[in-house]
Design a protein around this ligand. Sequence first.
Ligand code: GDP
Ligand code: MG
Length: 418
Amino acid sequence: MGALRVQSKSIKKREVLRTCIPTDVVLWTSRWSHAASLTVNDNFVENLTISPEPRKPASTSFSGQKHHAQHDESAAPTSLNLADEDKSEKIADLIEQDEPANGSSENNHLAAHQAPASSSERDTAPFRCGYVAILGQPNVGKSTLLNALLHFKLSIVSPKPQTTRKRILGILNRPASQMIFFDTPGILEAHYRLQQALVRAAFQAMREADVQIMMIEPSASPSPADLAILNRLADTGKPIVLVINKIDTVAKDHLLPVIAAFQNKPNVKEIVPVSALHQDGIEALAEVLEKYMPLQEPFYDSELMTDHPERFLAAEIVREKIFLRYGEEIPYSTSVQIEEFVERPGHKDYIRAIIFVERESQKGILIGKGGQALKQVGKLAREELEQLLGRPVYLELFVAVKERWRERESELRSLGYL
Ligand code: GDP
Ligand code: MG
């Protein structure tokens, strides 16, 4: 089953289709558009109707392990490349085309689920390796996308914006490529020093990237914030892959105006609609990105999925549980530091974390009545840590006040944000 069906195959309408989508933009679709139709009239693409396949209800939380139920490996991507002379024929061909299924293992280990190149594959295909920065406004789903690409929950996710505070490095090993992704804090107007540091981290990733993912939500017209980010990305001169995320949340005929609004933007080379949460369009995206990787040998061992130490991941997991457990103020005033992380063969690992808040009153809220709130955070964090590490863990949480740490350079430095 292909992705888009061009309802009219008349030469005239194909011609219209050809002219209404610029030749330097490639639109990628995937099999989430199970029953899709692209209707053209003599002036413009009139309508894009896409009916998603019925799917199982999605869980909104990750287990700390490889994604399971939501990942439909058979949901094969199909490309619609409108850049070639022969594009209408290509569309027709692609409609019938199926992507080969991409098997995956159930290995729980940090790195083991991916498919590094075997030596025979490496002999035949030139190897590509490079950096991909995932950029966009807060909460568009950047961290969810990184996890979807890796098939592993590496980056923490919450419904609140600005969950990600540091650049997260995730390595996707494929038979003919190694793509090193930077998940970044969302780009926003910075009001305090911590936010300035977050935005700086995002732009740093942008500068290091070979290709930039600009992630947006499928809203009808581009927001000024999206356009500002896009301009900034375009200034680097590097290719931009526009990823429209959360396509599961909109009627599919809303996608075309979104595509139309972005397709002519400078350096936007590809447009890929996805649902990171539902793993739709992710394989298509990986294939698109791979093309932009320079021809070179891998930088990292192919067994590796990240270069962050377990200590860092442990702090992130605790922070995520805080984001999920408390209301508006607490998560943003909180920073987590791992004071001790000891592997004790034959015993549980011992992890001691300090949660810093900005004021004494926040300490009380964090701990909760009879310590219940913090206990819950600790339990959820420990369970996820145990899954991540594959070992039993004894996790101790302490709360301390670091006044106005978000605004003080010395504190930001000591907490690793600068
Ligand atoms: P980030 O701030 O850009 O890193 O965004 P997150 O990855 O933390 O996601 C923010 C929220 O959007 C979370 O509640 C995610 O579950 C949700 N989300 C991410 N991708 C999708 C998607 O494809 N569809 C839907 N419906 N929600 C999504
Ligand atoms: Mg994030």
